[in-house]
Write a protein of this length. Structure first.
Length: 537
């Protein structure tokens, strides 16, 4: 019984969202390092200093990569970049402090964590080959780099546990949180649909022009480029490769787990060698063909590299010598598709770093895409520009009409909610006024948020808005997929006592976990502030 309730709790996204609303965080600094003044020495390769020790640019860049979990940097503006850099400095400061406190992770701890990760298992057992394959081929990092990243993550986890171990959640807070999940609500829900309310609302000519003037960037046509390219289709090289039967047998033997399947009884069986021979041959042939195509592309690239520095690069001449065809793409935007090619993001990303005015940067390295190898040369660029109003008036009108409808609906929603609130103050039933206002009214059976939120989407939508409401109170306007809802709490009574008691341990842990994250974040800022307290020579 308790296990099923716990499962329901941890899979209930609404419940987790509720914790974010109801938990009040109090921040207390703890385990702050002793303040002191140290001398900082810097050089041209220094990114900064922490606790008087120099941090090189390489250290900072590696820490940045680790902090992003090996994902690309995605800062969209200077403020986001500054915030990301600050997180990296916090990470470095925490690791420095951990070193001062002799907190580390042994090789045994590291290996145990790796071997427990289900991503690296085959048929329930850790598989070293799969581990290496996932790290090097999918994450595209060295195993040693990944293991250093994981070691640092485990150290930070230890520091987090140390800092947050004293966090306490009071019984009264747990009581309030559980009550909000288990109390029985009786409500009336008044719905105001969007479409019927603003169907006749359109923007005036003046509003359309005003929208364009205030949002010109919205209509900007981004920079576009086309490039010249040579391609080496991988399929063209399949006829040049052969795969010996011994190679197929060796692959089958070395990767037997790839051909395993487990039935409902847990019995593991392996596909017969004869049944997978063609599939293995095809895969190995394709990889060999990639190698052959890459060799041709690299030979072409070598020819470019032999051109004297400073001279114009012209791939057309090299292509003619090597019997290749030079093609030109249609114009495309960065991150967009290239018409007629299945080239992927690596193709467009490479195209947008080419510079036709710098011979050494006017061509790309070889690019391995799904179906072919490519080499690019800069060609034409269309700069980003904002088209005149007359050219985009139709698009501007669509935006302006949408804004006008949204503004009108918000004004009507506010008026409707105020009228319903006035009615709720003098009556225990809002249905009469709601019908007069042509609102649809629903009266669901009494419910608790915990019991009903998973099964009933309408309850999920209103739950956060009614958590803090008592009997005879009315909610603010709640956005829905079709308009807004306003909820009147007819009654609120304590829920099932046994259910409430069973949820207390899980709710306490959830509150503590949320508080721990925020507490650790505040502490990390304090550690960094202390680490930066240095003197310069």
């Amino acid at each position: 019984m308790l296990i099923s309730k716990f499962n329901k709790l941890i899979h209930n996204k609404l419940v987790w969202a509720i914790f974010a609303v109801i938990i009040s965080l109090s921040m207390v600094g703890a385990f702050a390092p002793t303040r002191g003044r140290r001398v900082r020495k810097t050089n041209i390769n220094s990114a900064g200093s922490l606790f008087g020790e120099e941090i090189s640019r390489q250290q900072f860049n590696i820490a940045s990569l680790f902090n992003r979990g090996f994902q690309p940097r995605t800062a969209n503006n200077e403020l986001e970049k500054k915030q990301m850099d600050e997180e990296v400095w916090q990470r470095l400061a925490i690791l420095q402090l951990a070193k001062q406190m002799n907190i580390s992770v042994s090789d045994r701890e590291l290996n145990e964590n790796i071997q427990r990760d289900p991503s690296f298992t085959v048929n329930g057992a850790f598989n070293k080959q799969r581990y290496k394959q996932l790290i090097e081929q999918q994450m595209r990092v060295r195993v040693s780099t990944f293991e250093e990243y994981l070691r640092q993550e485990l150290i930070i986890r230890k520091m987090s546990a140390m800092v947050t171990q004293s966090i306490w959640v009071s019984p009264s807070e747990i009581e309030r949180s559980v009550a909000r999940l288990t109390d029985l609500f009786t409500v009336q829900i008044a719905d105001l649909p969007y479409s019927n309310s603003v169907s006749n609302v359109d923007a005036s000519d003046e509003e359309i022009r005003e929208f364009y003037d205030e949002h010109t960037d919205t209509f900007e046509i981004p920079e576009m480029r086309n490039v010249k390219y040579v391609e080496w289709p991988i399929s063209n090289y399949l006829a040049k490769v052969s795969v010996a039967d011994e190679t197929i047998q060796e692959y089958y033997d070395d990767n037997l787990e790839e051909f395993a399947s487990t039935d409902t009884n847990g019995t593991v069986t392996y596909a017969a060698y004869e049944d997978v021979t063609n599939s293995i041959r095809s895969d190995i042939s394709w990889h060999k063909a990639i190698g052959e195509a890459s060799e041709s592309a690299m030979a072409f690239y070598d020819d470019i590299s032999e051109i004297d520095y400073g001279k114009d690069v012209n791939i057309t001449k090299i292509a003619a010598k090597r019997g290749c065809t030079v093609k030109t793409t249609a114009f495309f935007i960065k991150g967009g598709d290239v018409e007629g090619l299945n080239a992927g993001d690596s193709f467009t990303s490479a195209a947008f770093v080419l510079n036709a005015d710098e011979p050494e940067n006017s061509y790309s390295s070889t690019i391995v895409a799904e179906d072919a190898i490519y080499l690019l040369e800069a060609n034409e660029t269309k700069s980003a520009y904002i088209p005149p109003f007359k050219d985009v008036k139709k698009d501007v009108k669509e935006y302006a009409d949408s804004l006008a409808k949204s503004t009108a609906f918000n004004e009507k929603s506010t008026a409707v909610r105020e009228q319903l609130a006035a009615a709720a103050a003098t009556s225990s039933d809002i249905t009469k006024l709601a019908k007069k206002l042509k609102l649809t009214v629903k009266t669901p059976k009494p419910f608790s948020i915990y019991e009903e939120s998973l099964e009933d989407e309408s309850i999920s939508a209103i739950a956060p808005a009614i958590l803090g409401l008592n009997k005879s109170e009315i909610s603010e306007a709640i956005p829905t997929a079709t308009g807004i809802s306003v909820v009147y709490v007819v009654d609120r009574q304590p829920g099932d006592f046994a259910l409430a008691e069973s949820l207390k341990p899980d709710v306490a842990r959830s509150i503590q976990s949320s508080r721990m994250r925020a507490h650790f974040a505040t502490w990390a800022k304090g550690v960094l502030a202390d680490a930066r307290e240095t003197e310069t020579e």
